[in-house]
Design a protein around this ligand. Structure first.
Ligand SMILES: [Zn+2]
Length: 54
């Protein structure tokens, strides 16, 4: 299991917790962030893609 401290990094400047990585909602593995052609998180294992709304 992955500890929450591995998933989040604390930003002292902004005083908030930002997600460092995202896990696939389908297989639970870490997803890769791609900015082109459109911002999205993509799972390299099962192909699940989650688009980032801006
Ligand atoms: Zn996946």
């Amino acid at each position: 299991m992955t500890k929450p401290s591995d998933l989040y990094e604390y930003s002292y400047e902004q005083n908030k917790i930002a997600p460092k990585n995202r896990t696939c909602s389908r297989c639970g593995r870490f997803m890769a962030k791609h900015m082109k052609p459109s911002p999205r998180w993509a799972c390299g294992y099962c192909g699940y893609t989650e688009f980032i709304r801006q």
